[in-house]
Design a protein around this ligand. Structure first.
Ligand code: HEM
Length: 66
């Protein structure tokens, strides 16, 4: 294990870098080639990640604020 899987919500990583990590992962993450994850699906995943809200303080998460 090199380091924990990083948060990807609101990723500021450019798409080309994102694609490189997914296609040629060199560390603990499994690599996904075009046969298992098409470029168009990768574009959708990237757009989805960018649409997510970022981290919130624990007090703003109901189950953690009791
Ligand atoms: C379609 C599915 C996935 C996508 C799009 C994805 C995307 C990414 C991206 C973009 C990074 C680099 C983030 C950064 O450096 O800021 C990353 C890193 C990482 N991912 Fe994934 N990931 C996927 C699936 C997985 C799975 C299934 C695992 C574990 C079984 C995993 C484990 C990791 C880990 C441990 C890292 C940290 C770097 C490393 O050690 O490889 N990822 N992922």
């Amino acid at each position: 294990m090199n380091y924990p899987a990083p948060p990807l919500a609101e990723t500021s990583m450019p798409f080309e870098g994102f694609k490189m990590v997914v296609r040629e992962s060199m560390r603990d993450m499994p690599a996904y080639n075009e046969a298992v994850l098409a470029d168009k699906d990768l574009v959708d995943i990237y757009a989805f990640l960018q649409s997510l809200p970022g981290r919130r303080p624990a007090k703003d998460i109901a189950i953690l604020s009791d």
